[in-house]
Design a protein around this ligand. Structure first.
Ligand code: FAD
Length: 341
């Protein structure tokens, strides 16, 4: 267990969670963000990194990936802490009235305010249809790489044809004892430069590639010893490996937030439009996860919600301090915080 204390715990590092860090930072409020994905950006980086967005004020055209990069630059001065590849799994009240947000990696974030910027929910990996795979999950079957070192010296099998499968094939090849990639066809959805790199590694004998599918897992107590692979011609063979990483895409589920005891309406959190707070004091909801009359699921609406929620959060975090409205253009105090004065 790692316990940290901060002003605001943010669930979701999508565009709205990221911009909340900025608005909170201007008010001297520190934030910790939790996201189940291994990188910030939410839908923008996961669903449409290369697609242009045309309705971000002041940016006539920007891709999902570029917008995320710009937001990350903008929040740099505020030193937010990221807890990536972690699910925000429980929310409880502490005896002193603050909230304890717990992640599935054992991190506890204690804060007077929680901002839920969870979008359509958490991106969770698709489980391949292999009988009994649950028994190996978290031990020798992993849907994300949390620590590369844990795979050092292992016989690693990766399945999939997208960016995650190819990126991890390339990144793990130098540290794994052996690395084998399987995909049901000799064609990939991943970026072309990753495919080229993987083929180079195959040509150099550093990676093995088979057009095949994983049919069965063999091992004891969750520790994988081998798998049965089936080729395109349905011929089966046994392949020895002690780590299996299936990358078959992600689906979106509301997940543990449904159990937080909040006022949900059709899986969305109802908020007021002055503070963007739920019916539970101190729990705010901004971006695609919230609902109110006239709600539009647009990034710019989420940015506005983040600004107002941050102001309301200030009064909870600093009950004895006055909040003075200031412009970034003219306030030397704000400019100092931004590191530009
Ligand atoms: C194809 C496509 C095109 C789009 N084009 C536009 C456009 O042109 N203009 C526009 O304004 N909008 C557009 N949108 C919508 C826009 O992407 C969303 O409005 C925006 O991403 C919402 O941001 P968010 O931060 O609220 O949520 P998200 O981007 O959904 O981020 C939420 C994050 O929270 C994480 N999360 C959720 N629950 C948990 C949990 N329990 N633990 C840990 N992490 C969790 C998720 O993994 C995710 O990373 C588009 C959407 C799509 C799919």
């Amino acid at each position: 267990m790692t316990k940290v204390e901060t002003d605001v715990a943010i669930i979701g590092a999508g565009p709205v969670g990221l911009f909340a860090v900025f608005e909170l930072g201007l008010l001297d409020l520190k934030a910790h963000l939790v996201d189940i994905l291994d990188r910030p950006g939410g839908q923008c980086t996961e669903l449409y990194p290369e697609k242009p967005i045309y309705d971000i004020p002041g940016l006539p055209i920007v891709t999902g990936q570029e917008l995320t990069g710009r937001l990350m630059d903008q929040i740099k001065p505020f030193g937010a802490e990221f807890h990536l590849s972690q699910m925000a799994s429980a929310l409880n009240r502490e005896a002193d009235g603050r909230w304890k947000l717990t992640t599935d990696a054992g991190v506890e974030i204690i804060a007077p305010v929680v901002m839920i910027a969870a979008g359509g929910g958490s991106f969770v990996p698709k489980r391949p249809p292999i009988a009994g795979i649950e028994a190996y999950e978290g031990k020798s079957v992993h849907y994300a790489v949390r620590k590369m070192e844990a795979l050092r010296g292992k016989d690693v099998l990766i399945a999939g044809g997208g960016d995650s499968a190819l990126d991890w094939t390339i990144n793990l090849a130098p540290i794994a004892k052996s690395l084998t990639l399987v995909h049901h066809r000799d064609g990939f959805r991943a970026a072309q430069h990753s495919v080229n790199k993987m083929r180079e590694l195959v040509a150099e004998g550093k990676v093995q590639f088979h057009v095949a599918s994983v049919k069965q897992l063999h091992g004891t107590d969750g520790q994988l010893e081998s798998v049965t692979l089936a080729g395109a011609d349905k011929k089966e063979w046994t392949h020895a490996c002690n780590a299996f990483l299936p990358f078959f895409g992600l689906t979106i589920k509301l997940g543990p937030i449904a159990e937080f005891g909040l006022n949900l309406h059709e899986n969305l959190i109802q908020v007021d439009t002055a503070r963007f707070e739920s019916e539970t004091p101190g729990i705010f909801a901004i971006g695609d996860i919230n609902t109110y009359p006239g709600k539009l699921k647009l990034i710019l609406c989420g940015f506005h919600e983040a600004a107002l929620a941050a102001q309301a959060a200030f009064h909870i975090c600093r009950p004895n301090e006055k909040l003075r409205f200031q412009y970034t253009t003219s306030s030397s105090n704000l400019q100092k915080k931004l590191g530009v004065a």
